[in-house]
Design a protein around this ligand. Sequence first.
Ligand SMILES: [Zn+2]
Ligand SMILES: [Zn+2]
Length: 452
Amino acid sequence: MNLTDLNRYGEIGANCTFVQLGAFNILIDSGLHPKMMGYDALPDFEAIENIELDLIVLTHCHLDHLGSLPVVTAYNPRTPVVTTAPNVTLVPRMLRNSINVMKRQREEHGVSEYPLFLHRDVAQLNNQLVIQRFERGEIYNKGNDQIEVILHRAGHVAGAATIELIYKHRRIVFSGDVLFDDQRTLPGASLPKGPVDTLILETTRGAKGRELGQNRATEVDRLVSQISTVLDRGGSCLIPVFALGRMQELFKIIYESRNRCRIPKAPVYAAGLGMAICGHFDKIRQQTQLIDFDIKMLEKMDVRSVDLNTRPGRDLTRKGIYIVSSGMMIEHTPSYKLAASLLPHTKNGICFVGYCDPDTPGGQLLSNRNEENFFFDALDYAAPIQASIDQFDLSGHADRDQLLEYATQTEARSIVLTHGDQDARKWFSQELTARLPQAKILDPDPLITYHL
Ligand SMILES: [Zn+2]
Ligand SMILES: [Zn+2]
């Protein structure tokens, strides 16, 4: 097997892996780098420029895996894009939103190459999508060559799959993004057991282990208590979330906690793409039973839309729980705007529920929360830091010890590290070398082809 990582900066980046197995040219995911703009955000497609892909497999619909797929399918209009049923529902919604965001950024930041694709390209990709059920292998033929594709439940987010390829009795597993713990909206991962030949492993959380005694349940508990504290003292609580997955998870947590009287019945406000995705989640539940999300819950909770007509520094007049994107409080997003209103007032609270990249406003606010002021540069506003700022570990990714455990039992001959910063990959590299001394542990340089 030849493997080339097209994610040109390493890191979490724009996920895209090109593999050649016998006659087959296969691409796994094609994302956009969450922190880059314009052409820099794309994977480097040079290695596949003159190659006709036989198969594209999509793990899930977060944009670091999906965001540049229409660029690839524009050049490969006959290639099947294999993925799960929930993803087939979510792909067009996520991409249409991405086009709109790119158009806005073209205006705001002068990125002349935006949008990187058009609605026409999304429609074409849509026609190439092929639904495959979990745990049911499908055979693809090319000449006399044959490959089997199996999708396994990866937890993480609705529709997420771990991909297994079987070629001449060799098993190759691409973990994709994985969460073993059950969430409120979907069950945890159920990955293929060893022995496998090659494992391509996500390493998102490799840099840091969980604190002793802390797990998902204790973190949900701590979050619920904090929301309750903020509301009881008469403040508003802002929870920045990712639109796909995390927002719906939060709705369920709040709904259940209210029913158990653990949170006072304050109004819940939400906005944006995440609300549209709630409708899709409900549809996915009805059609596939793969997730647990009933849209009626939003009516019962009386979820209202957020008024974003706010002024930095002026507290929100409508008190309540605000569940809005982006999760890392990126400039120009609802969470960024609302934080600029809430931060200077002691009664309010901001609860981060996932990972925040240190370079994002969310990451900066977390690391500078004991300073006097926080600078909202995009609004040119210096906010006195008065509201409480807390972080809760409800990550959509398995912690490093769980992944290490999984990787060890696969007894893989080769393990390729992906989807993680340098420190994270380094930890996995050391631990896996110690546990599987016979295995080849590879932290691939981008764009280099490895023979495995
Ligand atoms: Zn993801
Ligand atoms: Zn990812």
